[in-house]
Design a protein around this ligand. Structure first.
Ligand code: CAA
Length: 386
């Protein structure tokens, strides 16, 4: 029996910043951002969206009347939690009208949380092949105005259903993981922006990638020649390029060309959206499926990295039934419908934060189906406009 990703959808608000505008405003060469960092645009998240609404807006496209009753568990990966106690998965479960006989929990380990969800779901479905698990990766990546990390901000959510006989991606059993207590990136409870040791975090990412790639090869007896493409966690797309380059000499010359071309396909969406933290690897996987000419049975390698730090290399094959048409259409419509912000609008949206008292938010600039309407008695208020 094959187990893996049956459906994979993405959502982020339509407001975005062109990074040439950011480069001009910050006195940097646009090519530093476009080539050196590998980003063109970044999603800007309004105050009326949080991890819960981003997740709901993505998940509503993978949870339908056809599978609602099969979903036994919601695993919500996020490092942008909205409550220190109650899980975002419980709010989501209500907004999606999922049944009460369900487990709903949040998983936190920086950008790695959704991968923990995918792997736990894989094991669960093996025991319960008639059931499905909804896995979420939803975050808002914030470093702060005028910081080196600013160009690597972004946000959004991916929603995946993990099932038996999946339509998209069959997960292999072999997987190699590693965790170590490292201070490369963290966000203390009192902060809304992350703290990061930028260069160090890049080095740890590469060290973890090399270590788990080596362990995976030893375990699976596979080598780079067995792979058609790799998808990486992409905090900014140059990071994935650096990782790929670290192992590219292991491939033949013709395969190097194929891997590089497929890497370009895998970073297309991330380049325009920015960092998603937990969802980033899976947006890249979606980009790969939608923009490369993949064939059923081809093997893809995935590297997940969460600062602090935890990394995992795992793999899978393209499902016989995979069809990217609907997703390609969705992204094409989405990118055409976006609203480019100028620097003043971006800075205003970025600094607008939820107060810690009752508030009713202005929803006029947010056309999403699920929105945060405000706070009442210290409780977030959500609306499904459907
Ligand atoms: N044309 C082309 N390239 C140029 C250029 C130009 N005009 N000017 C500069 N560059 C290149 C530089 O040579 C450099 O390339 P390399 O990385 O290949 O050496 C690149 O542009 C970036 O330049 P700097 O290193 O000078 O950039 P910076 O100091 O301003 O910061 C950063 C870059 C460290 C990534 C910073 O944006 C940051 O801290 N980001 C957040 C942290 C992060 O994303 N870390 C990634 C690993 S951690 C992780 O993955 C978890 C997570 O999601 C956060």
């Amino acid at each position: 029996m094959q187990i893996g990703i049956d459906q994979l959808a993405f959502y982020t608000p339509k407001t975005y910043l062109d990074l040439v505008d950011l480069a001009h405003a910050r006195g940097e060469e646009p090519d530093k951002y476009k080539i050196g960092i590998g980003q063109s645009e970044q999603a800007v998240i309004p105050v009326t969206q949080d991890a819960v609404t981003l997740a709901a807006n993505a998940a509503v496209r993978v949870v339908t009347d056809a599978n609602r009753d099969k979903i036994a568990m919601v695993l919500f990966g996020t490092e942008s939690g909205i409550d220190n106690s109650k899980s975002a998965a419980i709010y989501l479960k209500r907004l999606l009208k999922l049944p009460d006989a369900i487990r709903a929990v949040e998983i936190k380990q920086a950008c790695y949380g959704a991968t923990a969800g995918v792997q736990f779901a894989h094991d669960f479905v093996r025991l319960h092949p008639d059931q499905q698990v909804l896995v979420i990766g939803a975050d808002i990546a914030r470093y702060g105005l005028n910081t080196p990390g600013e160009v690597t901000q972004g946000g959004g959510a991916v929603a995946m259903t993990i099932s038996a006989n999946p339509q998209l991606f069959n997960l292999d059993d072999e997987t190699a993981f590693r965790s170590e207590d490292i201070m490369d990136f963290w966000r203390p409870l009192y902060r809304t922006e992350a703290l990061v040791d930028g260069r160090f975090s890049e080095n740890v990412y590469i060290d973890f990638f090399k270590a788990v790639w080596r362990d995976y090869q030893a375990q699976s007896k596979r080598s780079i020649g067995d792979f058609t493409a790799f998808a990486f966690h992409l905090p900014f797309t140059k990071m994935g390029l650096k990782a790929l380059r670290a192992i590219l000499p292991e491939a033949s010359e013709s395969q190097q060309k194929e891997l590089m071309a497929n890497f370009e396909a895998s970073r297309q969406y991330n380049r325009q959206v920015g960092n998603l933290y937990t969802g980033s690897l899976y947006l890249s996987l979606r980009s790969l499926f939608d923009n490369a000419a993949l064939k059923p049975g081809q093997r893809l390698g995935l590297f997940s990295y969460g600062s602090g730090a935890e990394g995992e290399f795992f793999s899978g094959t393209v499902s016989d039934e995979f069809d990217a048409t609907e997703s390609q259409k969705w992204f094409s419509t989405y990118f055409k419908s976006r609203q480019r912000l100028d620097m003043t609008q971006y800075e205003r949206l970025f600094t607008q934060q939820l107060p810690n008292h009752d508030v009713l938010l202005d929803l006029s600039d947010d056309d999403a189906r699920f929105v945060l309407t405000g706070i009442q008695h210290d409780q977030r208020q959500y609306l499904d406009r459907n």
